[in-house]
Design a protein around this ligand. Structure first.
Ligand code: XIL
Length: 302
């Protein structure tokens, strides 16, 4: 029968899902995952605290479980994420200046080298811009090493695994008029104009009643794509239920389909009960694993 993955593939796109390694032993969870999705993103297993809990002592046990499952089932992997202000081990959070910059780049090289050739796309940097109306960078230990930390990370990433697509990923960058969207756009434009390696922009797409799917979502995707990068919906979920939720999902999928360089969509979890914000019931399958109206809306839109 038709699945999300096969429906998306008809237009050359992928349909993916955020995965938690410890749930792979749940047969309902693994059954839906294996049937419906072509790409997996480890929700937490590749974050800094998971992969380098002590300096220069890399651990890939948890990430390997997700990557191994994906490879055994013929799925591709989005790597998430190399550098993030959150989820840092205490040794890293304690470093400053050039020691921190060096450790940061060593982390990029260490993780990407281990997985060289096996990761389709990497979220090299996650959530580096501030919310609000300033368009400023987010204050973080990485940011305090200098504005050029993001470009240094992308150059190091390209050298570590030249075949991997290198993405910048963020939330609240779906509305074109939003200051944060404009700031990320200017960074990507600057990178492209100076030859800093960047291949894709991930729009997390966590939608709520206060942050609905914007009417100008297609405009945002199209404008990023016009800079010469692919765009993807990387962590899609929509607070709500029933027909209203289904309609939001339909509009999000249609926005991607309207832009040729929007190459894929990932939903951030399998069932509502698996979600990082389960009380929002934001996913395509309910807690029993049954397809919701949102599932049908997505399938019909693809
Ligand atoms: C979330 C995971 O889904 C949770 O399991 C974890 O407790 C916290 O992180 N933006 C991101 C993701 O880029 O890494 C976050 O994932 C959700 C928000």
């Amino acid at each position: 029968g038709t699945t999300l993955a096969s429906a998306a593939a008809r237009s050359g796109r992928y349909f993916g899902v955020g995965v938690q390694g410890h749930k792979l032993s749940d047969p309902t969870y693994a059954g839906i995952l294996d049937r419906e999705f072509a790409v997996v993103t480890p929700e937490n297993e590749m974050k800094l605290d998971a992969t380098e809990p002590q300096q220069n002592r890399f651990t890939f046990t948890a990430a390997d479980r997700v990557v191994g499952h994906a490879e055994q089932h013929g799925k591709q992997v989005r790597g998430h994420t190399l550098l993030w202000h959150a989820g840092q081990p205490s040794w890293l959070a304690a470093l400053r200046g050039s020691a921190l910059r060096q450790a940061m780049l060593n982390h990029v090289t260490g993780v990407m080298s281990y997985y060289k050739g096996r990761i389709h796309s990497w979220d090299v940097v996650n959530e580096a811009f501030a919310d609000g109306t300033t368009g400023a960078r987010r204050d973080s230990n990485f940011q305090r090493t200098g504005d050029d930390w993001i470009e240094a990370a992308f150059r190091t990433a390209r050298a570590a695994d030249p075949a991997a697509k290198l993405c910048y990923n963020d939330y609240n960058v779906e509305n074109w008029a939003h200051a944060k969207t404009q700031a990320v756009y200017r960074m990507v434009r600057d990178f492209k104009s100076r030859g800093v390696p960047i291949d894709c922009v991930g729009l997390q797409s966590h939608f709520t009643t206060h942050h609905p799917v914007p009417a100008d979502f297609t405009t945002t995707l199209r404008n990023f794509a016009a800079l010469g990068v692919d765009v993807q919906l990387t962590e899609l979920d929509v607070e709500g239920s029933g027909a209203a939720q289904a309609d939001s999902y339909r509009r999000a999928v249609q926005a991607c389909l309207a832009v040729s360089r929007c190459t894929g969509i990932t939903v951030w979890g399998v069932r509502d009960s698996d979600s990082w914000r389960a009380s929002a019931t934001p996913l395509l399958f309910d807690g029993t694993g049954a397809k919701k109206p949102a599932y049908t809306a997505v399938l019909d839109a693809l």
